[in-house]
Design a binder for this molecule. Structure first.
Ligand SMILES: NC(=O)c1ccc[n+]([C@@H]2O[C@H](COP(=O)([O-])OP(=O)(O)OC[C@H]3O[C@@H](n4cnc5c(N)ncnc54)[C@H](OP(=O)(O)O)[C@@H]3O)[C@@H](O)[C@H]2O)c1
Length: 249
């Protein structure tokens, strides 16, 4: 599917990994990207890089656990570019641990970022999309949103939640005839900073090993996101599972 029209795409968690790769990939083909994350220096550098290459990019320092900061990100997109065509709820963390470690702070953090961050994104972008009767949410779930494993209970729970939230939103927007599309992207192992958040030393070596053995480039997920954006507007790619060929589970 060829890219025919430049879109305004907001990406949360754009300072590294999948978010950064998606920002670069979309900007290279002419989309205007609006980037949010907490690490300002990373965002600044990325925006400069995109602009140097002839693309359009702006950023707003955004912690997705703050509703007002997520709203400010949406406002920046609307003020600068006039509309939000695509909102990518990508920010997330994966501090796997077994329950007996009682890493309750990490459980709460995952709920706040991986679930509430997505909800704040929906709240920030939905009104203007409804008004224009046009838009798309792309929400990052995971293969862990389809099956769980020891040590992955809370992370999986948040990613199952992303799928449930996305599916209900899809159904509501279909009923409302709003033309708003909802896409869940569920990757397997992708080479990013994600495993760095794991503090359970009983689990970390095994996960690092899996990532070293099979993880694919974040650009593959950027390409997947672009593919979902490029589908004709009457067609909604509702969920894409994208794994390394070498990944068994
Ligand atoms: N890599 C994989 O194997 C994989 C597989 C399945 C699903 N995913 C999902 O893909 C998404 C992106 O992860 P990634 O692999 O690209 O990992 P990553 O390299 O660690 O990137 C995570 C991004 O989220 C941002 N972030 C974290 N907490 C945030 C907060 N409170 N507010 C705003 N931004 C926040 C980080 O930026 P700051 O620290 O600057 O805020 C960073 O840009 C996540 O939702 C993850 O669950 C990844």
């Amino acid at each position: 599917m060829a890219h025919t029209e430049s879109k305004v795409v907001v990406i949360t968690g754009a300072s590294s990994g999948i978010g950064e790769a998606t920002a670069k990939f979309l900007a290279e083909r002419g989309d205007k990207v609006v980037l949010g994350a907490r690490r300002e220096q990373r965002l600044q550098k990325l925006v400069e890089e995109i602009k140097r290459a002839g693309g359009s990019a702006i950023y707003h320092v955004t912690d997705v656990t703050s509703r007002s900061e997520v709203e400010a990100l949406a406002k920046l997109a609307l003020d600068e570019y006039g509309q939000i065509d695509v909102w990518v709820n990508n920010a997330g963390l994966m501090p796997h641990s077994t329950f007996d470690k009682l890493k309750v702070d990490e459980w709460e953090r995952m709920v706040d970022v991986n679930i509430k961050g997505v909800l704040y994104g929906i709240a920030a972008a939905l009104p203007s999309m409804r008004e224009r009767k046009s838009g798309q949410f792309i929400n990052l779930s995971s293969v862990a949103g389809h099956k769980t494993h020891p040590g992955g209970g809370v992370y999986s729970g948040t990613k199952y939640a992303v799928r449930a939230i996305s599916e209900a939103l899809r159904q509501e927007e279909a009923v409302a005839q709003s033309n708003i599309r909802v896409t869940i992207v569920s990757p397997g192992a992708v080479a990013t900073e994600l495993p760095n958040s794991i503090t359970d030393q009983d689990l970390k070596p095994g996960i690092d090993q899996l990532y070293e053995a099979v993880a694919i480039s974040a650009t593959r997920i950027a390409e997947t996101i672009a593919f979902a954006i490029d589908a004709p507007v009457d067609t909604s790619l509702n969920e894409i599972i994208v794994r390394p060929t070498m990944q068994q589970v």
